[in-house]
Design a protein around this ligand. Structure first.
Ligand code: ATP
Ligand code: MG
Length: 403
């Protein structure tokens, strides 16, 4: 049926917050969105003809089939800034009557034997209303043999979006992550352990448009490093379209040894965390990143009480952003599932490099004097991995060589 209709398979991409920005910002963000969409399509291996910007929408065109347009929609729905995407058949029409003829021949085979409803919207310049389209197309589909209209819980929803002389016919809406296109913000450095929290925190920052880079502090457990690398690679390959994240791997074994040797047991975790933040701050400033990000959540463990967060993270030259500060663990785990990284990070082992848990309300004075003992500890330069351009095995090979 569809083959007889003249038209083209496209993808409609809807974006949320970008649409409400001022003119200049919106135009810049749309440009970033288009760049990220193109990368997502290329990564997915789908061939497309071109990308067109409409007001509040991006149309990707030139797909050879509905199947390809569907795959393109799934790929688009992994681009930050995208609210939703639909594989849509684009047709041209002359007036309401013509539109109804074209749309009913598209939808008739799809509504066969199913209850349905029509949902139409238009941009506002047409000499008919959305209600007209819904009523007339509904009638035509009933005439074509569809059993009945059901406005409450239809088996099938026929969507029609009219833009001037063109209409988009579709029945599928794939939800995207929302947020802002990556690159809308200045870059930041995530303290990344490859556990649930810092992985979800990194994803959340990218969703807000922040191009993130990751730093992992290696305490000497190869299997922990391996999971961290896999989680980082997963984020880079599946979510970082429009951006090339780097992973910095810092050998922190010496630092942990010195802390374990010199610092009072109940202060070791806090001091080690502080050393990580101080190191990350220097690294970020050197590389031009403008904030630090951690996966800390208030009260989750003794090192993440308000008091201890103050001691660990106070007085730095860069802001420390904690996107999960107010989240419960089960919410974080559920988000890891939605991101698709659950299976990887669930394998991560919790190691802090220290065997005594910190006191939940550490004293500032004691903390400072314990920190003083080790603050000049030598830390070697990081190994730097470009996550997008190297394969997982290649990265693992490189790291084993240097370990
Ligand atoms: P995660 O799930 O990210 O491991 P967590 O709740 O287990 O977090 P901690 O292990 O106490 O918390 O670490 C708190 C935060 O400190 C982490 O979210 C991460 O940002 C940072 N962090 C901890 N260990 C490392 C590490 N080895 N390398 C880099 N960052 C780390
Ligand atoms: Mg952890």
């Amino acid at each position: 049926m569809t083959e007889k209709l003249s038209g083209e398979w496209t993808v409609i991409v809807r974006y949320g917050e970008v649409a409400v920005k001022g003119e200049a910002t919106r135009s810049r963000m749309e440009g970033l969105l288009v760049k990220a969409l193109k990368e997502a399509l290329t990564a997915e291996g789908v061939i497309y003809g071109g990308v067109e910007r409409l007001r509040g929408r991006i149309i990707i065109r030139g797909f050879d089939s509905e199947e390809t347009a569907k795959r393109a929609s799934w790929a688009s729905a992994r681009v930050f800034g995208v609210k939703s995407a639909s594989p849509a058949f684009e047709v041209e029409f002359r007036g309401l009557e013509d539109l109804v003829v074209v749309a009913s021949s598209f939808f008739a085979p799809r509504v066969k034997g199913r209850s349905f409803m029509v949902r139409a919207r238009r941009s506002g310049v047409e000499p008919f209303t959305s209600k007209d389209v819904e009523r007339e197309l509904g009638r035509a589909l009933l005439e074509s043999g569809a059993p009945r209209v059901d406005l409450k819980s239809p088996d099938y929803v026929a969507f029609v979006e009219v833009r001037g002389r063109r209409a988009y016919l579709y029945d599928t809406i794939v939800e995207g992550p929302g947020g802002l296109p990556v690159g809308s913000e200045e870059p930041a450095l995530v303290l990344f352990s490859g556990g649930f929290d810092s992985t979800v925190a990194a994803w959340r920052m990218m969703r807000r448009g922040v191009p993130v880079h990751l730093v992992f502090y290696d305490l000497g457990f190869p299997e922990v490093l391996e999971v961290a690398v896999e989680a980082a690679k997963y984020l880079a390959d599946n979510w970082a379209y429009g951006h090339r994240p780097k992973l910095y791997i810092v050998n922190f074994r010496g630092a942990a040894l010195v802390v374990n040797g010199l610092v009072a047991p109940s202060y070791r975790t806090l001091v080690l965390r502080r050393l990580m933040l101080l190191h990350a701050e220097d690294l970020a400033l050197k590389e031009g990143y403008e904030a630090l990000v951690t996966g800390e959540s208030v009260g989750q463990v003794a090192s993440q009480t308000v008091r201890n967060l103050r001691l660990i993270g106070g007085g730095l030259r860069l802001p420390v952003i904690r996107p999960l500060a107010g989240h419960d663990k089960d919410e974080i785990v559920a988000e890891a599932r939605r991101i698709g990284v659950y299976e990887i990070v669930a394998r991560q082992r919790e190691v802090c490099g220290v065997d005594t848990p910190p006191t939940p309300r550490a004293s500032e004075k004691a903390f400072n004097s314990e920190l003083e003992k080790v603050k000049d500890v030598f830390i070697p330069d990081p190994i730097i991995v470009d996550l997008r351009s190297s394969g997982l095995e290649e990265i693992k090979g490189k790291l084993r060589l240097k370990m």
